[in-house]
Structures are given as C-alpha cells and as structure tokens.
Design a protein around this ligand. Structure first.
Ligand code: ZN
Length: 156
C-alpha cells in the first residue's frame, strides 16, 4: 500500500512541477478566478467551448500547493472534449472520492479511466484541509462555465 502511495505522490509532484495546459490562452469563452484562503491556492481557469458546447480546451494559471496545482493539471487533461454534463458528472464523482471512503453508487456513470486517473488524489480525504486544495480547480471550472462571456468583463 505504501508503494502505491509513493507512486501517487510521484504523479502529484510531476503534475505540480510540470503542469499541463498551463498558461492563459489568447482567446477563451469563459474564465473564473478561484482562491482557497485556507492554503493560499490561487487558480484562474480559462475555457474554450467548441461545437455543441463541448469543452474544446481548458487551461489554467495559478500558484499554490502541489495538490492544487496537480489537481488543476489533471483536470484540464480530463475535461478536454467533455460536454458540460460529462464534466459535471466527473466532478461529482471526484468530489465523492475525496470526501468519502466509498460511495458514488448513486451517481451517474463516469468514464472509469478518468476516475482511475483521479484516484491519485483520493488520499486527501484523510486531510480535510487538503480537500479544498483538490477541489478548488473544479469549483473554479464550474464558476467559469456559469459566468458570462469573458470578453471585456472585469470584476476588479
Ligand atoms: Zn493547497
């Protein structure tokens, strides 16, 4: 079991050190800013929508702990090509995974491969403070989708 934990740790550190899909794209349809004051994590999510509202691309910028950066990096990889509904379903499963020992039975089906990749972050459920680090990018993604088109909009 500890070998498995080491492997997960390695995956998390790899994503945190070399985050995928990092950087602000030139054009995007939605964006949102997320902040986790408990840990100091900050993340900006940029979403580009394609045909029929599928996620054509999703990128992020931010600074924070390894868990928050790895979660954002993994999330951007998994959400590409998803519909809004599929993205929400995946988040529901992920949220369940990081907050409960078992469960998710009552949730709609999500792609097993995706859930397997997210499994590296499941260990945070033993550390309630860390759950917010792991879920921050996902909450921010949802907020981005719910926001108006980002063109010319500023809240600051
Ligand atoms: Zn954090």
């Amino acid at each position: 079991m500890s070998e498995l934990r080491d492997l997960y740790q390695e995956v998390i550190l790899d994503h945190a050190k070399r985050p995928r899909n990092f950087g602000r794209p030139e054009r995007f349809d939605h964006e949102a800013h997320g902040h986790n004051p408990l840990c100091g994590d900050k993340v900006d999510i940029f979403v580009i929508l394609g045909e029929g509202g599928t996620v054509e691309d999703v990128r992020f910028e931010g600074r924070g702990c390894a868990i928050s950066m790895a979660s954002a990096s993994l999330m951007t990889e998994l959400l590409k090509g998803k519909t809004e509904t599929e993205a929400r379903t995946l988040f529901e499963h992920f949220h369940e995974m990081v907050t409960h020992e078992a469960g998710g039975d009552a949730l709609p089906d999500a792609a097993p491969d995706d859930l397997e990749r997210l499994e590296v972050l499941a260990g945070v459920r033993q550390f309630p403070m860390r759950v917010k680090c792991a879920t921050l990018p996902w909450h921010t993604f949802n907020a981005a989708l719910a926001s108006e088109r980002a063109d010319g909009v500023t809240t600051e």
